[in-house]
Design a protein. Sequence first.
Length: 294
Amino acid sequence: MRPSSLNALRLSVAVLFVGIVAFWIYFHAAQKRTVVVDVTTGSLEIELASGLNGKALRGVYVCQRGKRADASPAENAPAEIGCPRSHQLYEREDVLAPRLPAGTKLRVTSLDNALRIDVLSIPKAYADSEIKQMQGGAYVIFGEEAIKSFGTLPLSGAFALGAQFNETDRMSIIDGRFQIRGYTPWGLLVNDTRELRGGTLQAGARLRLVDQTGETADGHLAVMLADAPSTLMRVTGISKHDTSNLAVRYYFTDEVVIRPSFIEAVILDPFFQLLATVLGMIAGYSWLRRLLSL
């Protein structure tokens, strides 16, 4: 091999090595990605990052404290709704569901012939407002007709999909998939993301998005009842385009944090593949010339 060709090869290898090291530092320090999950589950919890408009819950039973001036309590309501004695139940045709503010904690549960959205807590800033009447209350979508017309419920906030392991009366994740999309070195230059990691989720999983410190991160959910009249939820969750990861836990196991793989990000890079192919051809040609000159 001529000295000029050898120098060009050395320079190419050096540039490639420096580029990979620089990308490794960026990948672990600031690489942004998007986590996407698609699961079938009977339960989820969320702390709202944005308010939930009552118009998104049309035709529901409302279980809340106190009396309302615009409606009368329901009579002969189905026992399955389970409104406590400290609350009043209002017919779905008579009332518009109250708007819930950001910071409200909700628990959504699939029941027999019903979908129940329990209001676990209301932000302290609303302690003196009418919204506080929803504390400990619920929205209930009941009956086959209401379930079939449910549509899609969009939610944003810090969520956990699946039941906790001591909640034997709630159904956890049945099945699902996850995907982590991020940048390869070339994709970072042209703003093109690829799937860096993906896989299936087994029954019994409980998952959440986490930030770099391990705290639950915000994301967006689309909740559907895809197999109505079944109330099992088909939930699609997506993280913000940030440094979030996916945390998964199964029964009697420790939580595992799933991150994108640096090695896969490099291997999947089209420029790296092309450069590796060219360098391999050059090295192969050099080896073949030496072999033929013997």
